[in-house]
Design a protein around this ligand. Structure first.
Ligand code: HEM
Length: 154
């Protein structure tokens, strides 16, 4: 049983819950013009931490599985196979970009001068990161080879 894969599967729900929570509350805050509170900071922190753990687990899966090995030895074949390419290139690369956006977003929020600017920056950076994450999850409706279960199977 691959425990890293099981945790990586389940933790996607934490990433999605905190991500949607942060984006929806930033949208509400922009519309209602409310101030930036310590609760906003906490939600954003939880989103970042769940993304950090997910990145770490993803890197472990990437380098301990055959994904990286196959890329090195058989780049051409990996690139031609949609499922291999998805995990070896698209999923890994785009999720790292999303993770970067979350980190850059949090530091941009810290540097913002006004509360309105903090909410707007949260909305933009986290919103784009969340869209990338949603697009790059191997949902069950994706094609065979890419599709994975919503929850781990025992
Ligand atoms: C927010 C970020 C991420 C989310 C939400 C996410 C989500 C997922 C999900 C739901 C799966 C399917 C798990 C299963 O088969 O039960 C998966 C598989 C995988 N992920 Fe991620 N992932 C993220 C980031 C990353 C990163 C940054 C990497 C690599 C650098 C990565 C590498 C992988 C690999 C290699 C697999 C396939 C594992 C295998 O079957 O051997 N993931 N990911």
């Amino acid at each position: 049983m691959n425990y890293t894969l099981i945790i990586h599967n389940v933790l996607r729900w934490a990433v999605l819950i905190f991500g949607v929570w942060a984006v929806v509350s930033a949208l509400g805050a922009v519309l209602s013009k409310r101030s930036y509170s310590s609760r906003d900071n906490k939600t954003s922190l939880f989103f970042m931490i769940s993304c950090d753990i997910q990145l770490l687990l993803g890197l472990i899966l990437y380098f301990t599985g055959m994904w990286f090995e196959n890329m090195k030895t058989n780049t051409g074949a990996v690139m031609k196979d949609a499922a291999e390419r998805f995990f070896a290139v698209e999923h890994a690369l785009m999720m790292i970009i999303a993770w970067l956006l979350v980190h850059v977003g949090r530091s941009m929020v810290k540097r913002a001068d006004t509360d309105a600017q903090k909410h707007k920056r949260t909305l933009i950076y986290f919103g784009i990161a969340l869209l990338i994450i949603l697009a790059m999850i191997p949902w069950p409706f994706r094609q065979t080879g890419i599709a994975r279960q919503l929850f781990p199977q025992f």
